[in-house]
Design a protein around this ligand. Structure first.
Ligand code: BT5
Length: 254
């Protein structure tokens, strides 16, 4: 594990790691106190004041026999791992497909506050998945109005060393299961923690296409099935999801 006081982006550092760094264990973790160019998906940015959150990336050597589709599960696994760590810390977090970690507003469950974001990127011989998790971020520090943090959600521990280690270990644990052939079992667990399933959604797809309907399933490849009002189903592989109406109440935390 490499801990840096400052870097451009832990994903960028992880992508620049020489292959030798990954040969001992098959993985490396890069964490930074401060990122000067933290990145989100599609050219967006991740903003976090130093000390207010954890920002780290896990670099994985990619086995040559691994089916490409399984690599696509990596960002979902990371969101699932982080949501699980938040739950163990007393915060009922969910994954909004594909990979935001969110907490629903008790007064309006379609209104999701973002606790963490995940960005997966591919290198020549490695895959990198980066996580930004808001820990002690206050309302005044929030870079966007819908950002929340573990402290604002009443977490029992804000120990950032523990959080990085627990999140990285959980990501590696899930990834190891996928590589060992248990992707279907892992995806079944993903469905239990994915708040998007059952919600009415609008999908903003790369290229500007928009799609509305109910999110009816996430398959074992991590793809989202949307069913229109007319009953037509579409499989979505990428996009931003806007929750229009939440799933039925029994699926939400009390
Ligand atoms: C993400 O993208 O959510 C992926 C964020 C990944 C960040 C980690 S930090 C460690 C590693 N190194 C990196 O350089 N990146 C990764 P996306 O779904 O595109 O969401 C980005 C949007 O989230 C922004 O446009 C803002 O609206 C919002 N945002 C930015 N900072 C935030 C924060 N601290 N908390 C909540 N929302 C935030």
């Amino acid at each position: 594990m490499i801990v840096m006081p400052e870097c451009d982006s832990t994903n960028a550092v992880a992508l620049r790691l020489p292959d030798a760094e990954l040969t001992t264990h098959g993985w490396a973790v890069v964490a930074a106190e401060k990122q000067t160019a933290g990145r989100g998906r599609l050219g967006r940015t991740w903003a976090s004041p130093p000390g207010a959150g954890v920002t780290f990336s896990v670099a994985l050597g990619v086995p040559t026999h691994l089916p490409a589709a399984q690599l696509g599960l990596l960002p979902l696994l990371a969101g699932m791992a982080v949501a699980g760590v938040c739950r163990a810390d007393g915060v009922t977090a969910w994954v909004k497909w594909p990979n935001d970690v969110v907490v629903p507003d008790p007064d309006d469950p379609a209104d999701l506050a973002k606790l963490a974001g995940v960005l997966a990127e591919r290198g020549a011989t490695s895959a990198v998945v980066g996580v930004g998790l808001n820990v002690s971020l206050t309302a005044a520090e929030a870079p966007v109005p819908n950002a929340t943090s573990l402290v604002r959600q009443g977490a029992t521990s804000l120990d950032r060393d523990h959080l990085v280690a627990a999140c990285a270990a959980a990501i590696l644990g899930l990834w190891t299961r996928v590589v060992a052939g248990s992707a279907a079992a892992v995806m079944s667990e993903f469905r239990d923690i994915c708040i998007t399933i059952g919600a009415d959604v609008e999908i903003h797809q790369p290229g500007g296409h928009r799609l509305r309907g109910q999110a009816t399933a996430v398959d074992d490849h991590g793809h989202l099935e949307i069913t229109s009002e007319e009953g037509r189903s579409t499989i979505v592989t990428a996009g931003d999801v806007i929750h229009v109406r939440p799933p039925e109440p029994p699926e939400l935390p009390l």
